[in-house]
Design a protein around this ligand. Structure first.
Ligand code: IMP
Ligand code: MG
Length: 335
């Protein structure tokens, strides 16, 4: 990342691709100066280090690198209780900032979410993100600057990041969920309440498109989805368990539905997001012999072939390959 100071991290499919793991690796390896989290509390980003596991709903996944300034984007939506809880858990008090213009998600929004038959049919996470964003659009939402508990964290995050870029600092813009859950580009109405694409991530953070150097799209080696809506190639739960693809959502504890990797979809989402680089996570789940591998050459031929096929069919170089849950279980092909 040394010659690519500003990178957007975007999920390719329906979320849960392993963005938390990829971001925590990059933060440690590249000594990232700023990490800006977008979106809201509905997304959980899993970070694992030395057997310790965090499912972060608010604190940026780059927290593992202790010199990284952690920010919540102006366009993000803050759950105050969850943020304070995670700041304590991750001990990041002195380096956590919340943009003054971020909006606030409250208990009443969660109740509205859970009691709406329409939203229940979509299978939302129940955190209230849709109803809270409705309020923001109506211009009646509370903002971070209105909340006394957030006072110690308030900042002009947009200025911080743009000034940082002016002086060559390294910035990660942390997307949440996946591109197929985008309000504009996903499988509407079975989507979340905002655009989840690379341009929207930069917009939420207040970073202009010409300042972004790389878009790193995160693919998982198979596809999962929680909630309702179409999932091409969906397998039964029994098949998924047999293949060891079955997962439970980190945030809500719901079963994740699963399907094999979809090359056509992978190609389409790479193009729309303008991806310049790719990460492919959980290779060890489809090829168990890859577990913990850190060198491309040590991979079995069929795993190498799969990575090559992803590259050939998406046109995106796969620079990072996930081979286990820990932040450092990764093959880094960037040099
Ligand atoms: P909402 O974002 O809670 O309104 O939920 C809308 C849809 O997006 C539902 O299908 C959720 O399961 C899905 N969704 C929201 N956040 C995430 C996430 O972080 N990972 C996976 N699915 C998500
Ligand atoms: Mg998740």
């Amino acid at each position: 990342m040394s010659d690519m100071p500003c990178t957007v991290i975007v999920g390719a499919f329906w979320g849960d691709e392993g963005k938390g793991k990829v971001i925590s690796y990059l933060a440690l390896k590249d000594k990232v100066d700023f990490c800006v989290r977008t979106g809201s509390v509905n997304a959980a980003h899993t970070v694992e280090i030395d057997g310790k596991k965090y499912a972060l709903h608010m604190v940026p996944a780059a927290f593992l690198y202790d010199k990284c300034r952690l920010l919540i984007a102006a366009g993000a939506n803050v759950h105050v209780g969850k943020l304070l809880e995670e700041v304590e858990l991750t001990r990041v008090y002195g380096r956590m900032g919340v943009d003054q213009n971020a909006s606030i998600i409250e208990e009443k929004h969660s109740i509205q979410d859970k009691t709406s038959a329409h939203l229940k049919g979509i299978g939302t996470t129940g955190w209230g993100v849709g109803p809270s964003l409705e309020e923001r659009v109506r211009r009646t939402a509370k903002l971070a600057r209105d909340v006394p508990e957030l006072k110690p964290f308030l900042t002009d995050g947009v200025a911080e990041v743009n000034d940082g870029l002016d002086t060559g600092k390294k910035v990660l813009l942390e997307g949440t969920q996946g591109f197929m859950l985008s309000l504009y580009h996903g499988s509407y109405p079975y989507v979340t309440g905002r655009d989840t694409g690379a341009s929207a991530i930069a917009s939420e953070a207040g970073v202009g498109p010409t300042r972004v150097n790389d878009v790193l799209i995160v693919y998982k080696s198979f596809i999962t989805r929680v909630g309702a809506g179409p999932l091409p190639g969906e397998m039964t739960k029994e098949e998924a368990i047999k293949k060891d693809w079955f997962e439970v959502a980190a945030g809500t504890g719901r079963d994740r539905r699963s399907a094999p990797f979809d090359f056509e979809l992978a190609r389409k989402v790479a193009k729309i997001n303008g991806a310049t680089q790719g990460a492919l996570t959980k290779l060890d789940i489809i090829f168990p012999k890859c577990k913990g591998a850190q060198k491309f050459d040590s991979l079995p031929a069929e795993a190498k072939q799969f990575i090559k096929e992803v590259e050939d069919r998406t046109g995106v170089p796969i620079v990072l390959v996930g081979t286990g849950p820990e932040a450092l279980d990764i093959i880094d092909r960037r040099e």
